[in-house]
Design a protein around this ligand. Structure first.
Ligand SMILES: [Mn+2]
Length: 333
């Protein structure tokens, strides 16, 4: 009788010099397609350089689905117990709760796979790194469709954002959000705190709005936003706001992936086409389209000047509702 591997036995994945045991490899995580926990692990293995580049040295929230998508979702800040010693962490402070937490800090692909073993589907890294968690090195342009906004509008706004980025000498790296929107990341010098990076993002969003007012809103209150427009969500640059990283799978039925795009793909690329099934061959063919992100570092000074100009004209935004003054002792609300 031929030896047959029992599908319910743990799988052992070799990742560089690490071996990661995946228990319950056959557990269905995505009931709509039947994709299992092992499929998820193999997906992350196949985009290894890309996911590590997106997460490297960043505090990272883990969005876990211990029973797959049919069960409860856990937003996990603290690294779960039982991690091998090579899985690294970074200690971050949460002023709102006056507590610290040791969050996952990916330094190698093995730790991504260990997070999958701990049922992580989505990775939500900070926009700063452990060398100084209070100084973001990533400006995140989040193009959020309001409920009745069509994707053509997202595409148009992405091109306007690209035009403004070009003019200020910044290199933007677009990706699908894995949902209905788009993200554009810009590497920045880690010289400013969250409040300034957010102000810079706000000034940029307003410039994009000025150029295409029929497509964009920067209106603060959700209820006041035109439901057909794109909200350029500058608040994603506030402290302790995180969004799914490049190559992060999303916890949705068809396991879409937040997928890096070339600028010239934006008009044709359909976000729903990028899933844990389709992104591995794409990655094998194209490599990581964000591979150059760490070499294109932008300084936000000009955007801060725009922010000052707009503030002088009395157009300051109402402030981040979640902002906490760290130096004043961190009393929120
Ligand atoms: Mn978004």
């Amino acid at each position: 009788m031929a030896a047959k591997r029992d599908a319910s036995e743990p799988a052992e994945l070799v990742v560089g010099e690490r071996t990661v045991r995946i228990t319950h490899p056959e557990r269905v995580y995505f009931p709509a397609t039947g994709a299992t926990k092992l499929d998820l692990a193999n997906y992350y293995l196949s985009v290894g350089d890309g996911i590590v580049r997106a997460l490297r040295e960043r505090p990272c929230m883990m969005h876990r689905f211990p029973e797959g998508l049919s069960g409860e979702k856990v937003h996990q800040k603290r690294l779960p117990r039982g991690a091998p010693p090579w899985v690294e962490t970074v200690n971050v402070f949460f002023p709102r709760y006056k507590r610290t937490a040791d969050e996952l800090c990916v330094t190698e692909l093995g730790s991504v796979l260990w997070a999958v073993q701990m049922s992580t589907v989505e990775f939500h890294p900070w926009n700063s790194r452990r060398a100084d968690t209070e100084k973001p090195d990533e400006w995140r342009i989040d193009l959020d469709p309001m409920p009745q906004c069509d994707y053509a509008r997202i595409r148009r706004v992405a091109h306007v954002a690209q035009e403004v980025l070009d003019e200020i000498g910044a290199v933007g790296w677009p990706k699908t959000s894995g949902g209905k929107g788009m993200h554009i990341y810009v590497r920045i010098e880690p010289r400013w705190g969250f409040a300034d990076v957010r102000r810079a993002a706000w000034a940029f969003a307003r410039e994009v709005e000025r150029r295409t007012p029929d497509d964009v809103t920067t209106t603060w209150w959700r209820k006041d936003r035109d439901p057909h427009k794109v909200f350029v969500d500058y608040n994603q640059n506030a402290r302790d706001h995180t969004i799914a990283s490049a190559y992060s799978v999303r916890g949705v039925p068809h396991a879409t992936v937040s997928t890096p795009l070339r600028w010239d793909e934006i008009d044709d690329a359909v976000p729903a086409d990028f899933t844990i099934a389709t992104v591995p061959p794409r990655f094998a063919a194209l490599g990581d389209l964000h591979a150059g992100i760490d070499d294109a570092v932008f300084s936000i000074e000009q955007l801060l000047e725009w922010a000052e100009r707009d503030e002088r004209e009395g157009k300051a935004d109402p402030g981040d509702p979640d902002a906490v003054d760290l130096e004043a002792g961190g009393t929120a609300e």
